[in-house]
Write a protein that binds this ligand. Sequence first.
Ligand SMILES: Nc1ncnc2c1ncn2[C@@H]1O[C@H](COP(=O)(O)OP(=O)(O)OP(=O)(O)O)[C@@H](O)[C@H]1O
Length: 376
Amino acid sequence: MATVTLRNIRKKYGEVEIIKGVDLDVADREFVVFVGPSGCGKSTLLRMIAGLESITDGDLLIDGARANDIGPADRGLAMVFQSYALYPHMTVADNMAFSLRLAGVSKEERMRKVTEAANVLHLGPLLERRPKELSGGQRQRVAIGRAIVRQPKVFLFDEPLSNLDAALRVQMRIELAKLHEKLAATMIYVTHDQIEAMTMADKIVVLQGGVVEQVGSPLELYHHPRNLFVAGFIGSPKMNLLPGRVIGNTENGITVELASGNPIAVPVKGETLRGGDEVTVGIRPEHIRLSDDGEIPGTVLVTERLGGLTFLHIQVAGDQTMVVQADGDEAASMHDNVRLSVNPRGCHMFGRDGLAIEHTSRHHLIDSPAAGRRSA
Ligand SMILES: Nc1ncnc2c1ncn2[C@@H]1O[C@H](COP(=O)(O)OP(=O)(O)OP(=O)(O)O)[C@@H](O)[C@H]1O
C-alpha cells in the first residue's frame, strides 16, 4: 500500500483561495478522516489527491513520489463517491469489472477479482442484479467493490454513507472498519458525521476555511482540542463553552469567575494570565452532574432521554445554557430547579485568542494510565 504526503497544498478558484496551505502525512495503512463544516474544503482536498482537481500550489507525494502532474487514472488510487456512480444498465459483476475491462485485464482474471471482492463484501448472490434491484447499502457495497478490484494503493471515500439511513450507516461503518483491517489499505475518508470520524479514524484532520485546525487521534482531539473551534466541533453534544474572568492564579491552576457568578478552579498552566483576563471555560456534558450540594444553581429547560443516557439542558445565571449528561433514569424534568457540580479535572480553558491553555498534566483527565501508555 502507500503513504500520501501533502506539502503546503493550495487551491485557488480564480482569485479565491479555497485550500490555504495544507500539510499532512498519511501513513501506510492509516485510516484518515477529514471533517469540518460545510464548505471548509474537505471534498476539494480529497479531489486534489484523486487528481480530479488541479493543485494550484504545493506538493502532493504518493509513496514519496511527486504526483501533482500524474493523471487520476495513473495515481494508483480509487475513489468511492457519495452518489455510488454505478452504471444502471450493467449488472453488479459488470459494474465491478468495468475498470478492469478498460485496462485490458483478461476475462478469467476479471472474474477472479470480482468474485474475490464480492466475497469480501457479501455481494456473491447479487452479482447478476442491476443497481435498481439493490438497496442503498448494497449499491454502496458495489461502489466499494469496484474500487477493491483495482487493488489501489489508496482508497478515497467522499461521504460514502450519507445517502443511507441511520441503521444502514451503522452497519456500513462496521463493515468499512473490518474492510480496512482486512485489506490493510491506506484510506482517506471525508465526512461531516462526527460519529463516523470518531469511530473509524486512526487520525482525524479538522478543517475550517481551507486551513487545518488540528490533526490527531479521535481521543487526542476529544481530550486535547487545541482551540475553541476544535473544542466546539468534536463531541456530541458539544462541549459547554462558558465565558469567564480570571480572579486568581495559584500553583494548582487558574480560578475563573463564570458569567453565572460562580468561581471555578481549572488546573491549567496560566503563567501568562492575569486577574481580570477574559477566558472561555470548556466543560463536556459528562463532567457536570446534578448534585444537591452543587455550586451552580439552574433550571431544567429540556430533557432529552435516549434510554441509557439523559441530556439535560439547564439554564444557569448569566443567560447561559449548560448541557449535562445524566443517567437514563435521571428523575429531574422540565422546570425543575437543580444544582450542578463541575469536575474541575474535566475542564478546559481557552484564552482570548481562542487557543487552549495547557493543562497541568497531573490533573487532567486524559492523563490516565491508558493515555500514558499510548504516548509512551
Ligand atoms: N469549481 C468551483 N469553483 C469555485 N468554487 C468552488 C468550486 N468547487 C468548490 N468551490 C468552493 O470551495 C469551497 C470548498 O468546497 P468543498 O466542496 O470542498 O467543501 P466541503 O467541505 O466538502 O463541503 P460539504 O461538506 O458541504 O460537501 C466552497 O466554498 C465551495 O463553494
